[in-house]
Design a protein around this ligand. Structure first.
Ligand code: HDD
Length: 705
């Protein structure tokens, strides 16, 4: 049933060829010393059944190297996936920053981006409830700039000295190393209930933002307030935003959990496959700019990383776009060894006194030293700047440069090289912010409001988003053994919004707090709701399952398939068994996958084609019907044509009411039916594509969240 099978085969073959050894000319196996090896399957032994000999240098070298293959995983953000691409500005940003890569729209700056989860180890599943890292390395002409962000605009703590406490609390519990990749456990919620500054990020964590459909469909944020500095030395506060072209879309929790088993590589596979298919993900970079003189114009502190600047107060100004168009060739060499650091800045971008940022500026370099085994990790290709590097740093583990000449400054013997850049404006100059104060350990009073922006987020959510948040709180706190911790968390929520606290309390067996007054905070920011982030209405790269069986109208399937593929969707024909099905015309048609190997959670929408007379035998296939039911329960678009409509009626026990109106094409809460036999009508296709673009239908009873 697939004309694309041949293409897919070719692509797979190309990938296999890429797996060949580095030396394209080929050549025999050698040792690390370049000595040719004739036999690598048996160790050198004294006789056929005798002991292995110490002098087997090939065996010893092979095993020793293998024993040392792993490096420590990142203490946080251990699991990730990366890709290369480029960034180009829309126009010059010279008014605000002198950063060279933000000046000229004709100049493309290469980038490497690594997306990640935070809590789980390297081998954990992708679709856990967690923050996603969104770290970008710009290889600019003035040196590397790293924007090390997340897909939430706020962080859990205000001062980096609390980072070890927060991370210990969220990581698996120390006695049994459980749970993997999950925040639903006592220590995290104990910490949260005692540390109200966590609440804003916790609300994001309980929202659908924490279970993205795809890395390609999530926002990114620099989180901190940074500082742009222009050629005249004038500073402007700046917050960075990445917005995906495909819109922001999420999974539902029930689906995300099933996906952890069905395809633990769901997000990394999605990124890889899209890039291989030439569907390059794209984000727009936007900035919120605040003049220095407005530093105190807000009712929160710009230096507090638990706060956003509402977009309604300071609009996001688009300044450029980033496209990811190349997968790495070796996961370890590139994605595992890439070393980001918040202090990797270029002239024109500077820090603020945000105490979280200041701590990060210490922590990342320190981390790289232990992970990558010494100070020369900047020589690893993925970390190496494109800008020339001339330093007096020398030696150390894994030094691969052969330095010549003098290694100190000032020198006369080396001709004074490398010299200072002088005053021609090329060098990095720190923003000359005036600072004075007593040495104290004290949080600023301006950091003390922990509730109003949490309420702002809650107030900004659509009803369905609120329901998902409440369900998430109930799930997480329902797994907390200590009842005191559950109660204390509800107590905290009371300070945010009475209704939220009461709803959560009801689900977790905690007495509803007395006198939970309706929210004191009224303000909302519509830009925070997923309702406002749907994207451009395209269905590019959405995965559509077409359920086929013997007797299916193959012509109809081909026409729908072509129409959806023309919109950029990826369509797969699924049947009870791999191989072929017999179409109603008696011909055999290829299927793409066998139903037992897949599941609804791997698709965005499902289509039931018909047969010319009877309902195709899909209706009798348990796997097919399960896939259909799950898709429906998770709010996904369902399309049915001709006698396929009869199959959809099996969803009636799930709450589906098929319309009795006398229209051939009916679209009702994402269930699109076309009762006419034969090729799908234009009207059906339009409605089905529209439903796929909408992504999910939350009002459909009952969506499992
Ligand atoms: Fe961090 C990794 C993002 C606060 C200390 N962090 C790391 C990565 C991302 C972030 C995306 C993975 C980078 C990669 O893909 O290699 N971190 C954030 C954001 C934060 C934040 C958006 C708050 C705004 N981080 C933060 C604090 C500290 C750290 C406050 C310590 C004081 N982060 C680290 C680290 C990691 C790291 C331990 C682990 C691996 C690495 O750095 O290279 O240094």
């Amino acid at each position: 049933m697939s004309d694309e099978t041949a293409d897919t085969g070719d692509r797979k073959q190309q990938q296999r060829e890429a797996f060949r050894a580095d030396d394209p000319a080929g050549g025999p196996l050698t040792t690390d010393q370049g000595v040719t090896v004739d036999h690598t399957d048996d160790s050198l032994a004294a006789g056929e059944r005798g002991p292995t000999l110490m002098e087997d240098f090939h065996f010893r070298e092979k095993l020793t190297h293998f024993d040392h293959e792993r490096i420590p995983e990142r203490v946080v953000h251990a699991r990730g996936a990366g890709a290369y691409g480029y960034f180009e500005p829309y126009e010059s940003c010279a008014e605000f920053t002198r950063a060279a890569f933000l000046q000229d729209p004709t100049v493309r700056t290469p980038v490497f981006v690594r997306f990640s989860t935070v809590q789980g180890p390297r081998g954990s599943a992708d679709t856990v409830r967690d923050v996603r890292g969104f770290a970008t390395k710009f290889y600019t002409s003035e040196g590397n700039y790293d924007l090390v962000g997340n897909n939430f605009p706020v962080f859990f703590i205000q001062d980096g000295i609390k980072f070890p406490d927060f991370v210990h609390a969220v990581k698996p519990e120390p006695h049994n190393d459980i749970p993997t990749g999950a925040s639903a456990h006592d220590t995290l919620w104990d910490f949260v209930s005692l540390q109200p500054e966590t609440l804003h990020a916790i609300m994001w964590l309980m929202s659908d933002r924490a279970i993205p459909r795809s890395y390609r469909m999530m926002q990114g944020f620099g989180v901190h307030t940074f500082r742009f500095v222009n050629a005249e030395g004038r500073g402007t506060f700046v917050k960075f935003h990445w917005k995906p072209k495909l819109g922001v879309h999420s999974l539902v929790w029930d689906e995300a959990q099933e996906c952890q088993g069905r395809n633990p590589d769901f997000n990394r596979g999605d990124l890889w496959d899209a890039i291989e298919a030439g569907e390059y993900p794209e984000w727009e970079l936007g900035v919120q700019l605040v003049p220095e003189e407005d530093e105190f114009a807000f009712d929160f502190d710009l230096l507090d990383a638990t706060k956003i600047i509402p977009e309604e107060q300071v609009p996001v100004r688009p300044i450029g776009r980033m496209v990811l168009d190349r997968n790495p060739e070796n996961f370890f060499a590139e994605t595992e060894q890439v070393a980001f650091h918040t202090a990797n800045v270029v002239p024109g971008i500077d820090f603020t006194n945000d105490p979280l940022l200041q701590a990060r500026n210490f922590s990342y370099l320190d981390t790289q030293l232990i992970r990558l085994g010494g100070p020369n990790f900047t020589q690893i290709p993925v970390n190496r700047p494109l800008a020339p590097v001339r330093t007096n740093q020398r030696d150390g583990y894994h030094q691969s440069a052969v330095h010549k000449g003098t290694n100190y400054f000032p020198n006369s013997l080396g001709g004074g090289c490398p010299a200072h850049a002088g005053v021609d404006g090329q060098a990095y100059t720190h923003y000359a912010e005036r600072v004075d104060g007593a040495k104290i350990r004290k949080r600023s009073e301006s950091f003390k409001d922990h509730y109003s922006q949490v309420a702002l987020f809650w107030n900004s959510m659509a009803d369905w988003e609120k329901q998902h948040i409440v369900a998430a709180f109930r799930f997480e706190l329902g797994k907390v053994e200590a009842r005191t911790v559950r109660a204390r968390t509800v107590e905290q929520l009371t300070k945010v919004d009475g209704e939220l606290a009461a709803e959560v309390a009801r689900g977790i067996g905690v007495p509803e707090p007395d006198g939970t007054a309706p929210g004191t905070y009224k303000s909302a920011s519509p830009a925070l709701s997923l309702e406002s982030l749907r994207g451009d209405g395209s269905i590019r790269t959405r995965q559509i399952a077409v359920l086929v069986a013997d007797g299916v109208d193959a012509e109809q399937v081909t026409s729908v398939r072509e129409a959806l593929a023309a919109e950029g969707a990826i369509v797969e024909a699924l049947a009870a068994r791999d191989g072929t099905v017999q179409g109603s015309d008696g011909e055999q048609y290829m299927v793409d996958r066998a139903l037992p190997t897949v599941a609804s959670v791997l698709y965005d929408a499902v289509l039931l084609p018909g047969g010319p007379t009877d309902t195709p035998s899909t209706a009798g296939d348990q796997d097919a019907m399960r896939l259909l039911r799950d898709a429906y329960r998770h709010g996904k678009p369902v399309g049915a044509i001709g006698s396929g409509v009869g199959i959809v009626s099996a969803l009636e026990p799930e709450g589906l009411r098929l319309s009795t109106e006398f229209h051939t094409v009916v679209a009702d809460h994402g269930v699109v039916t076309d009762t006419s036999p034969g090729a799908a009508s234009e009207e059906f296709l339009r409605a089905f594509v529209g439903a796929i673009a909408e992504h999910r239908f939350w009002q459909r009873p009952p969506v499992r969240c």
